[in-house]
Design a protein around this ligand. Sequence first.
Ligand SMILES: Nc1ncnc2c1ncn2[C@@H]1O[C@H](COP(=O)(O)OP(=O)(O)OP(=O)(O)O)[C@@H](O)[C@H]1O
Length: 974
Amino acid sequence: MASRRPWYTGLRRRASFPVCACAGFMSSPVPPFCVWPLVPALREMLRGSDERRPAAREEEASASYSGRCSSSSGTEHLPRYHFGLLQTPLSTAGSAGGPQREADSLGRVVPPGPGPQLFSAAAGDSYFGDKSSYAENVSTMNFTSSSSARGLNSAWIGKTPLSSSRSGCRSRTPLMGYSVTSSSAVSAHLVASVIVAVVEGRGLARGEVGMASIDLKNPEVVLSQFADNTTYAKVITKLKILTPLEIIMSNTACDTGNTTKLFSLITDNFKNVTFTTVQRKYFNETKGLEYIEQLCTSEFSTVLMEVQSKYYCLAAVAALLKYVEFIQNSVYAPKSLKVRFQGSEQTAMIDSSSAQNLELLTNNRDSRNGHTLFGVLNYTKTPGGSRRLRSNILEPLVDAETINTRLDCIQELLQDEELFFSLQAVISRFLDTEQLLSILVQIPKQDTVNAAESKITNLIYLKHTLELVDPLKAALKSCKTHLLKAYYSSLEDKRFGIILEKIKTVINDDTRYTKGCLNMRTQKCYAVRPNINEFLDIARRTYTEIVDDIAGMITQLGEKYNLPLKMSFSSARGFFIQMNAECAALPNGQLPSEFTKITKMKNAYSFTSADLIKMNERCQESLREIYHMTYLIVCKLLSEIYEHIHCLYKLSDTVSMLDMLLSFAHACTLSDYVRPEFTDTLAIKQGWHPILEKISVEKPVSNNTYITEGSNFIIITGPNMSGKSTYLKQIALCQIMAQIGSYVPAEYSSFRIAEQIFTRIGMDDDIETNSSTFMKEMKEITYIMQNANDKSLIIIDELGRGTSTEEGIGICYSVCEYLLSLKAFTLFATHFLELCHIDALYPNVENNHFEVQHVKNSAGNKEKITYTYILSKGHTEEKNYGLKAAEVSSLPPSIILDAKEITTHIARQILQKQRATPETLRQRAVYHLATRLVQTARNSRLDPDSLRIFLKGLKKKYEADCPVSGQAQTEDGQ
Ligand SMILES: Nc1ncnc2c1ncn2[C@@H]1O[C@H](COP(=O)(O)OP(=O)(O)OP(=O)(O)O)[C@@H](O)[C@H]1O
């Protein structure tokens, strides 16, 4: 039942929730991309990497590439997607935390994984470790085909994103970083950064599909393997959910003239996604297993047991990782990745057109507005939280226990105001932990100024992140629910403290993440403590002097020309001069000739001078030196802390889950949502449409819903505009909300867990696939019929409108009969009133309709329909509402009259054939009595007296529905 939420009563008026003050990673000002000459000390430190795999390096140099992925010279492969590539040592993931119960990635409370000792043997002194088989794995690969290149050409080769976009190449490169507030989180998650490998079995194994994906911003490999049907619905749905940046498949999937169906479907469905084929030999399951053994961090090593005989996903991961390491010009550090197997049974499937129909993530009218389910629920403060919410909405949970664990947390957050606000305040200060991890676990094949600067930045981010662990623990200290306690336990991992202590021995206490590129530059410059490296201290003094000189020079210029000059900084220009045009009188309206590169924005002039340009160059030079020396110190520091770094996986999981739960609780405070229950009945008391509530000024009219196994097929009728589509979508949205662990917009709600949610909702013609309305309808309904099962929720709106009425009714009838053979819960809205009589044959059909009222004008000669949006039992009594709508239009009265006559005639003929006989009525009543009795036996929590009263009620209802046989039975005394 509904939980009481005293603290936020009236909050909507009182509180302005703090808008997220945190920003994600800012793109840092970087010097031009160049290869840094390695100094001896650095070379020494990196020797492990050079020696690690000479064979691989040779192979790389001689590799032949063709197509889009080929290299012109074959000597140097620069990253295609640049995420900042950093070195990572061989590491162990020794957990210093005790054997507490912790939370898994779905938010279930689980016992702790294998302890640190299990993998301690893998630890090594070398920065990179020595892995001969690993070296084998990261050798180069041949991309023999660049099919479906869609205009992409060899200009891609070895380009950094920057250079490729400059050369006019289509680039879908994810941004290096982004700042996220709750509102911008929507766009942030849309930047594709996932690469997926797909492989299908051959011969008898056709239809068995293996997939492996990695997010370039999140070092997590997700594997899946499943049997799909001929429409490959699961593959397409999974790919749509992943929103890939690039898909790779085996070249054998598109041998000339012999393209597989899966290949064609994928290329058709993902026209805007880069598509690459790789030689089949790289889809090698043995290599895949080796990869996982070598790269998977010990915390997640149990995945090996799950996947060791799943050959297709292993094959896919082999090709995927080899490809990613090639294009990124980096390798993943040993024992650094989170690897997870995702069976499709853990989550409910929502196909992509249903996701679109229901406006889960994107509004159909305007893709930029937030009138979506994501928009309703998204009050997340971190990019990780927002990504988690997105993936949960697309793949809701199916395990009631896990969902209830989440709901318990939300209930606690709603009841404990202090917990809510203190937790929200800490969470909003986190950056993108997953992205930070992703950068930390990649080993660059070359060290560049970029890489060095990025590493320093990331160390500062790491410090910032770790400093939030204690405040987060403090906020969670007194929590009571299982999941929150489990997250608290996961924060007790001693590795957080160990890493922070080590960082603090080298990095200044007050070095912190700040906004603004100049501020961040200063932080990086002075990050390392004084007296660690004498030369660094001197270089910093020089840098400070140059900056002071620049300031002095600008002051002097101001005095010389009597102008209010100001020193400014941008990452592109370095230091430059700014002047407010309104505060200065310029002789002849012109700036002195000494000033160059003058631009004017609104009221501000920006310019520089030859001297200032020189000073900037000196400044850059000294900065490079500083970064260089800082980099060496940071590398050494990171080599000491890497063995502990994997605790960040836990942290990022904790932060994103807490962020999502807080977001759900936040949404509850803005509307009166209720905690859902999970039973075998879909029962919603006074539920309303959550997105409509957000859009409209007045609260939407709420409605009741009751669907059980015995009455699992609801036909909904009502005039145009009476609220049918809105209601159907409302049910599906509430079901999704409940299954992701959110409260729902209703006074009371109970759901049967749906394994799949299907919708067919009339939309405009699909120009993209060149289908007519009718063909689109047919495709969608075929898809539903092929994939629905007894645990599905099916929403169908206006099927058959794309053809003639008779044919439409015929199609609807047969589709209904098919669906009626399932125990799926189906809601079927239609304008074909003839369909309502199907209840005479099928007792599990219920008719509901939307009521409208007829209001006469004051003169009493014209009637107007007003919509109540109230759902009532039975089918609509409204006759010919299409004709009424036509009457209001400008159609000539004679045409309307004819139309009315013909309609009455046809309707009479059809009705005569469809009247229910007394026998069908009796059968129907028996059926309903039986199903209610079964339901009562299964679920009743009533005490004997109440049960007796309830059963008497059932008997009465049966007698009312079927008076003749009811009497007969009573007379028999039964
Ligand atoms: N429960 C409700 N409360 C308030 N307004 C509603 C409600 N349901 C629907 N409406 C309003 O009525 C409009 C029409 O609703 P809807 O499109 O669901 O009608 P419909 O019966 O499906 O129409 P048609 O048969 O023409 O497709 C909606 O755009 C919405 O603004």
